[in-house]
Design a protein around this ligand. Structure first.
Ligand code: BYC
Length: 326
């Protein structure tokens, strides 16, 4: 042991671990759960991955609202499959998060007590069937743009979960866009429904990609760790550039008077986002925050007997296995 390590145990050693870790990130190596990682890296991943998992699970609620009222059997089957996929995404993400040494119960508790956030977008109501189209097209569309770069994120279990999630998200986006296409080809009332849904979901979808880069607190560090591969503003611009032609193709108008193609930048310029609204929703004062949390907490409480029964069964199995072995 060097003199420095005797005087200051751990310091030099942890500096060298940190240097090795940074070098691995620079080489684009995946960090795996049992590898050494800085505590802040671990915490930041727990924060982002758990919020992502919570968003998937809370995100089932606005669409779940329409399963029993889908206009045809085909629409019902597709919506049901989509909502089940979201439950699956939540489960992969919770499992990936548990590899960082936090339990599922702790993660749920953070959601139920409001300590952990979930995406602002799911605090808006789904008032007509066209909202199923707008969510698939815009919300899943924004989610794909955000999540494709995450397939390359530095933490192995998160990156691998994202590969499957993205495949499923692209089916979700297409089923949403197809609903919009059909509505715009229908009666004037149906076309109006589609336009109204776009009007209500457009701005929240832009907000969903997070605060501006100037306001974002985590982006700089998360980009260095290659947790985030693109900034919130870059993703938002990409989403707008991709979505505007899709709206034009089906004859819908983006509800933004300042939206204009910029020949110089080769991007769309767009109007001011109402960030006050975004922060109000994030702080719990959106149209449906209370309803969403009540639904999640209620499901947790009503499920207590199932968890107890499963644990009792597992304990019984373990005891009988132990008896067999001895
Ligand atoms: N809503 O420093 P920033 C889906 C918070 S579900 C609420 O930029 P970061 C789907 C942020 O947490 C897809 N809060 O943060 C499911 C931070 O507060 P804390 C959900 C937000 O993490 C069902 C503070 O604001 N996708 O696709 O660098 C049906 C400052 O922000 C939001 C993911 O979760 C928001 N929108 O960047 C259909 C993707 N934005 O934590 C579809 C993974 C920001 O310090 N997550 N905040 O208290 C990410 O990519 C990043 O976490 C974000 C934010 C881009 C969202």
């Amino acid at each position: 042991m060097s003199e420095e390590q005797i005087k200051n145990p751990g310091t030099e050693h942890s500096r060298s671990l940190e240097a090795q870790f940074e070098a691995r990130i620079l080489r684009d190596e995946k960090i795996e759960p049992k590898d050494w990682m800085p505590e802040k890296y671990r915490q930041t991943h727990i924060r982002q991955m758990s919020q992502h998992a919570h968003s998937e699970v809370v995100g089932m609620l606005p669409e779940g609202n329409w399963i029993t009222r889908a206009p045809s059997l085909r629409r019902k089957v597709a919506l049901l499959a989509k909502v089940q996929d979201e439950a699956g995404h939540g489960l992969y993400l919770y499992s990936a998060c548990e590899t960082l040494g936090i339990s599922r119960d702790e993660l749920y508790e953070q959601l139920h007590t409001g300590k952990a956030k979930y995406s602002s977008i799911f605090n808006y109501p789904t008032v007509t069937w066209a909202d199923m189209g707008a969510i698939g097209w815009l919300v899943d569309g924004a989610a794909i743009i955000n999540q494709v770069p995450l397939c390359n994120t530095s933490f192995g279990p998160y990156a691998r979960a994202m590969v499957r999630v993205c495949k499923e998200e692209s089916f979700h986006q297409r089923q949403g866009y197809e609903i919009m296409v059909k509505l715009t080809q229908g009666s004037p009332e149906q076309k109006e429904m589609a336009q109204d849904a776009l009007n209500r979901w457009w701005w929240p979808a832009l907000m969903m990609l997070g605060p501006t880069d100037a306001e974002s607190i985590h982006t700089e560090q998360s980009m260095k760790w290659k947790l985030k591969r693109k900034s919130n503003d870059e993703l938002r611009q990409q989403f707008i550039d991709q979505t505007v032609p899709q709206a034009e193709l089906i004859g819908l108008a983006i509800p933004d008077e300042d939206l204009k193609w910029n020949e110089k930048t080769k991007h769309y310029d767009f109007g001011a986002i109402n960030w006050d609204e975004f922060w109000q929703v994030v702080k719990g004062h959106g149209p449906c925050n209370k309803e969403r949390m009540a639904a999640r907490v209620g499901a947790w409480e009503r499920g207590e007997w199932v968890r107890d029964a499963a644990m009792a069964h597992a304990e019984k199995q373990t005891t009988s296995l132990k008896k067999e072995v001895s």
